[in-house]
Ligand binder design. Structure first.
Ligand SMILES: C[S@@+](CC[C@H](N)C(=O)[O-])C[C@H]1O[C@@H](n2cnc3c(N)ncnc32)[C@H](O)[C@@H]1O
Length: 386
């Protein structure tokens, strides 16, 4: 019996699924005008020890996912291919197959050596559902996190994990503090924009928001790179400005973030967030120099901290403790925690402030700490004129 190209493709799906060589399937070139469905990404998963195919349906503003047994999945492919989608890619550990439909909906099946031979972990429950998906996210490619096959590169694994962890934290904060539909967010010291892009993607794709995010960065080359990337991705609400965060005018904003901004840049960012009345302030401090330089502990603490490394560690702890206390004194409830294990980055402490009531006693604690440890001043205190 002569098989047409579409049936051959479906047979390859079936045999690779049954032989355990199927990696994933992508349906693209959507012609579906009624629902706006852009792509379907399919991968094998094991649910309660039975093998299924997981379909991820990607729409402009949301993702939906569903699991099918093989026969149901094949019927779906049969329905979609040549009607709603004009291209399908099947990746197996033995070969890659491409099914293309022309304008007259005539199918052509091509094959080539496999782009990957590693079979993914198919245990559904063990697989982490990431809020930021590797597939079809052009900024992840430009930032060198994913490769041309939409898979996370080995060199991008740590950053991808860090981005997702950070988005998970934002997600849990949003459960406590709902942002408006068009939130105004400022990212101070945005660097190459990894987290700025991920946040924009998450708020708009997963929450259907119309986020307005501005990244502030000293280095003009990075700002140009990020603005080009934002316009390529058609992220209209995302823009970057080349300037010192100190010069950024305090203006209304819903959320302030500053991740790994060096030394006093973290203090400047916190002060800008407080003065701009931000509902949420999220900072992950980087290097700490200012407090250590203005600290000369005496008596018992002087003896305890006579070794440079101990003084340095103590100064870091004091820097961040005083930051959180000053935020409390200024009307924020704070949380300080490790946001990703040290295996991924040594700069792993996060301070989150959420708008609440002013706590004057926190300021008294700052004064006590300064006296006990012989600290002349904390830069944030000066910025806040406390
Ligand atoms: C370690 S990078 C972190 C980048 C990004 N937030 C991230 O976590 O991937 C810190 C960035 O802050 C920028 N920066 C430091 N001080 C700044 C200032 N006063 N104004 C604007 N940007 C600043 C640096 O140029 C650098 O790109």
């Amino acid at each position: 019996m002569i098989q047409n190209d579409k049936s051959q493709f479906l047979n390859q799906v079936k045999s690779s699924f049954l032989s355990g060589t199927l990696i994933r399937i992508t349906l693209s070139k959507s012609r579906d005008k009624t629902t706006d469905l852009k792509n379907i990404y399919v991968r094998p998963v094991k649910i309660k020890s039975e093998l299924h195919l997981n379909f991820l349906y990607r729409y402009p503003n949301k993702d939906e996912t569903k699991n099918y047994l093989l026969d149901e999945a094949l019927s779906s492919f049969d329905k979609y291919l040549g009607a709603d989608f004009l291209e399908a890619n099947l990746f197996t550990s033995e070969k890659d197959y491409i099914l293309l439909f022309n304008k007259k909906r005539k199918a052509r099946l091509l094959s080539k050596p496999p782009s990957s031979t590693s079979i993914p972990d198919i245990h559904h429950n063990k697989q982490k559902q990431r809020l930021i998906k590797a597939e079809n996210n052009p900024y992840l490619k430009s930032l060198g996190i994913t490769g041309s096959d939409d898979q996370v590169l080995k060199s991008g694994q740590k950053k991808f994990k860090q981005i997702n962890k950070y988005i998970e934290i934002i997600e849990s904060l949003l459960k406590q503090y709902a942002l408006p539909k068009t939130p105004k967010i400022v990212d101070m010291g945005s660097g190459k924009g990894y987290l700025t892009f991920a946040l924009y993607d998450h708020l708009n794709q997963n929450h259907g928001m119309n986020a307005q995010i501005t990244g502030i960065e000293l280095r003009p080359q990075l700002v140009e790179f990020c603005n080009n990337l934002a316009s390529e991705a058609a992220y209209q609400g995302l823009n970057f400005m080349a300037m010192d965060i100190m010069d950024y005018p305090s203006s209304e904003m819903d959320m302030l973030i500053a991740l790994h901004a060096c030394d006093i840049a973290t203090d400047i960012a916190i002060a800008k967030g407080i003065k701009s009345n931000a509902e949420i302030i999220i900072v992950a401090p980087c290097c700490h120099k200012q407090v250590r330089k203005s600290m000369s502990p005496k008596d018992t603490f002087g003896k305890m901290l006579k070794h440079g490394i101990l003084l340095e560690r103590q100064a870091e702890l004091l820097t961040d403790s005083i930051r959180s206390l000053l935020m409390e004194a200024s009307g924020y409830r704070t949380k300080v925690f490790e946001f990703i294990s040290t295996e991924h980055t040594p700069k792993n402490m996060m301070i989150v402030g959420m708008k609440g009531k002013k706590k004057p006693s926190a300021f008294e604690t700052v004064t006590e700490l300064k006296n006990e440890f012989g600290i002349e001043y904390h830069y944030l205190e000066r910025l806040l004129n406390l």
